[in-house]
Design a protein around this ligand. Structure first.
Ligand SMILES: [Zn+2]
Length: 64
């Protein structure tokens, strides 16, 4: 099903995301719906897909 250039690595229960603003690795608690980056303070709306945390959008973002 589809061709991927990179081999698919299995990471069951991967709960880490990268902050879109400062690229810090964020560990998302399993039940979190909102997560604030401890480094830059951007708030993310968190969703789940196939057990993996995903950033749905930004709740609060500092423009400049
Ligand atoms: Zn950040």
């Amino acid at each position: 099903m589809g061709t991927y250039a990179l081999p698919a690595r299995k990471q069951p229960g991967d709960r880490t995301l990268r902050c879109l603003n400062c690229f810090k690795r964020l560990e998302i608690p399993p039940a979190a719906k909102i997560f604030t980056c401890p480094k830059c303070g951007v708030e993310y709306e968190i969703g789940r897909r196939a057990g993996q945390a995903k950033i749905l959008g930004t709740v609060h973002y500092f423009d400049d």
